[in-house]
Design a binder for this molecule. Structure first.
Ligand SMILES: Nc1ncnc2c1ncn2[C@@H]1O[C@H](COP(=O)(O)OP(=O)(O)OP(=O)(O)O)[C@@H](O)[C@H]1O
Ligand SMILES: [Mg+2]
Length: 416
């Protein structure tokens, strides 16, 4: 399909020339005479690119661009200025236009314009491709993370399931014993009713009570029931955390209890850190709901937690005794929420600090890391939420990643 261009100029003769020239270059072209008509036409149609003359009576090009920019993201826009008004073009560039062309008396700009438009649209196309690829990569990384977590989650569920099973088998046997005993008591009751209780019968019932070890059963049965309920609750908790963690990636931001989201992320990833670290949480009880995309935020936090566990694991691998610690803190700071994830791992060596957020930068061996964790965390926190992510680190001591998110949505204008 042809790309649609709107050309805005008050000089009718010129608009006709430009229209012909651009149509010859393969574009579908509409023209508007003057800034006001330009705004109206632009609102009606969907255009791939806008070319606007600066000097027009009534509404000048720059003002028209200002109005458009205040309404939302500017479409690819090119400004056409008279010679000597490059200063205005610079103003327009600051507003976000893609390029400008200087109108010359000889009309050479007519030949130049199609090439400039080609370039702008090509650049835009590449940027869109890039964004699409980033999205797909993030999606793939999330699936990979879920796959990686799955085995650990299965293990986490298996342990309580096993003791729920053991306890239920115990209760089954206990009930069979008690049932048998009840049969003996029933015989005694019948005999009492018939006034036929013999010493022999009483001795038999007593023997049955002894054999059943009733004291043991009355001690152990409530314990078995309590443990089973705990086990079922653990499993239910893990399942709930999984649901919350893999919350379908909605495109709409909404208020989220981040303490809870982080807890869920810690629960689903437990098997990834529990062998190397204890996790300490210090959650702000008054943390306000944060306007965000929970699926993406969970993914960013998971990536940082996995790194923390791996950094501690690397120390343990060096023969250090005992487990390390991962500390997760949340705090409100004015209009922001701050999440701090500290580890007692290796720390980040100075020479790689500038690179850790780069796509595919990793110090891990093939199969252990692909270098996407932090670049995705960056894109989630900074690009999608208008937040910040950085770190403090000391080799040999550990690292703290600090994620700051605006409580309300300030990133509406940021790309998403
Ligand atoms: N908490 C940390 N402590 C020490 N080094 C870290 C820490 N977090 C990140 N790094 C360093 O930054 C690099 C990049 O991290 P990133 O999460 O982007 O990729 P990765 O962990 O190597 O691979 P992936 O996350 O894709 O599995 C890591 O390879 C590691 O060298
Ligand atoms: Mg990582």
């Amino acid at each position: 399909m042809k790309k649609r261009i709107l050309f805005v100029d008050d000089d009718r003769a010129l608009t006709r020339l430009v229209q012909k020239q651009l149509e010859r270059a393969g574009y579908a072209v509409d023209v508007a005479c003057g800034g006001r008509q330009g705004l109206a036409k632009y609102a009606e149609g969907s255009y791939d690119l806008l070319a606007v003359d600066q000097s027009m009576p009534g509404l000048e090009g720059l003002d028209m661009i200002r109005i458009l920019a205040s309404r939302g993201p500017l479409p690819p826009t090119i400004m056409v200025t008279g010679a000597g008004s490059e200063r205005i073009a610079v103003e327009a560039l600051k507003l976000g236009i893609s390029d400008y062309v200087v109108k010359d008396a000889a009309g050479a700009f007519l030949d130049l314009l199609p090439a400039v438009i080609d370039r702008v649209l090509e650049r835009q196309h590449l940027a869109q491709e890039n964004k699409r690829m980033e999205r797909e990569l993030a999606q793939a990384q999330k699936l990979e993370a879920v796959g990686q977590l799955a085995a650990g989650i299965a293990h986490e569920i298996n342990t309580p399931t096993q003791y729920v099973g053991d306890n239920t088998r115990f209760l089954q046997e206990a009930f069979a014993d008690i049932d048998k005993l009840l049969g003996e008591f029933d015989r005694l009751l019948q005999a009492a009713k018939d006034d036929a209780v013999t010493d022999e019968l009483v001795a038999e019932v007593e023997a049955a009570v002894r054999q059943t070890d009733l004291d043991y059963l009355t001690d152990e049965t409530p314990k078995a029931i309590r443990q089973s309920l705990e086990g079922v609750q653990r499993v239910a908790g893990i399942v709930r955390a999984m649901k919350e963690f893999s919350h379908p990636g909605s495109d709409q931001k909404h208020p989220v209890d981040l303490n809870r989201a982080i807890q869920s992320t810690l629960t689903v990833s437990r098997n990834e850190w529990k062998y190397v670290a204890d996790v300490v949480t210090d959650f702000d009880p008054d943390l306000p709901p944060v306007y965000c995309l929970p699926g993406f935020i969970n993914q960013a936090i998971l990536n940082v937690i996995m790194n923390a566990a791996q950094a501690i694991g690397n120390i343990a691998g060096n023969g250090a005794p005992g487990k390390g610690t991962i500390t997760v803190r949340t705090r409100r700071d004015g209009d922001w929420v701050e999440i701090r994830i500290s580890d007692t791992g290796t720390g980040i060596p100075e020479e790689i600090r500038p690179k850790v957020f780069d796509h595919f930068f990793t110090t891990k061996e093939v199969g252990k890391g692909t270098g996407q964790g932090l670049s995705i965390a960056y894109s989630v926190v900074v690009k999608k939420h208008g937040g910040t992510i950085n770190f403090e680190t000391e080799p040999g001591k550990g690292t703290t990643f600090i994620i700051r998110l605006p409580i309300t949505d300030q990133s509406l204008k940021a790309e998403s």
